[in-house]
Write a protein that binds this ligand. Structure first.
Ligand code: PXP
Length: 250
């Protein structure tokens, strides 16, 4: 059975902070971007506090939690430090991602199946605190099943490879990846998990993912912040929203 409801757009504002940090100044301000995103129709704000604080910093998380009127999705690695920060912040949601210092962005999904007992213990206090816990995973059924077993509320499917193949014009491979994501969305939904997706999504590749009926939320950052340079952040978000909604109807 397909999920119902409006497809939500979570706007990831990490790269506003990247730009700020490039000059060591106070601007552009991620909170201002988040408020603009909210005004443009974003349904949530996502921010990834990395271990190395390369973009979002602790003070940004505090300011976002206090300042925005839409849900905050706090993205982080499953470390003790982030656990303390999550419990102190009490965001609406937490999305656990794998993290390696040397990577440019989140490469691959979390190995929930290989770290099941630890992750089960890690998320229990977060759930008890009323935080929705999401696992950022690939389309491997083992990872979906492990996420359900440990009691995660949500899985976010990693669309990075699909996006890369699409951008490189490798349409057959992109299509095969899309089919694997589609099966994963159905499988996860069937196990009672809420399904999200994200990574590398753009105006050109968002429609097929937005059309999966089980997907309830897309989290999109880098493309939107880049496009803001040309068309402004509000219009970029509005255009993404338009394309998502059009794909949903179709
Ligand atoms: N979802 C997750 C879990 C991510 O780690 C990221 C990147 O921080 C995104 C979505 C957004 O990806 P992008 O910036 O490529 O749109």
């Amino acid at each position: 059975m397909a999920a119902q409801g409006k497809l939500r757009l979570g706007v990831n504002i990490d790269h506003v902070a990247t730009l700020r940090n490039a000059r060591g100044s106070a601007w552009p301000d991620p909170l201002r971007a988040a408020l603009l995103a909210e005004a443009a129709g974003a349904d949530g704000i996502t921010a990834h506090l990395r271990e190395d604080r390369r973009h979002i910093r602790d003070a940004d998380i505090v300011a976002l939690k206090a300042g925005i009127g839409i849900p905050l999705n706090f993205e982080c690695a499953a470390t003790d430090e982030m656990h303390r920060i999550a419990l102190a912040t009490r965001p609406h949601a937490i999305c656990l991602v794998p993290e390696r210092r040397e990577e440019r962005t989140t490469e691959g999904g979390l190995d929930v199946a290989g770290d099941e007992a630890r992750l089960a213990a890690y998320i229990a206090p977060l759930r008890d605190a009323g935080i929705r816990v999401s696992m950022f995973i690939g389309h491997d059924p083992r990872q979906i099943e492990a996420s359900a077993r440990i009691g995660a509320a949500v899985v976010e499917l990693h669309t990075g490879l699909y996006s890369e193949l699409h951008a490189e014009g490798r349409q057959d491979e992109a299509q095969a990846e899309l089919e694997a994501l589609r099966r994963a969305a159905t499988h996860a939904h069937g196990l009672g998990l809420e399904v999200h997706a994200g990574h590398g999504l753009t105006f050109d590749n968002v429609a097929p993912v937005a059309a999966f009926p089980e997907v309830m939320e897309l989290n999109i950052g880098h493309f939107l912040i880049g496009e803001a340079v040309f068309m402004g952040l509000g219009p970029a978000i509005e255009e993404m929203r338009r394309r998502m909604d059009a794909a949903r109807v179709a």
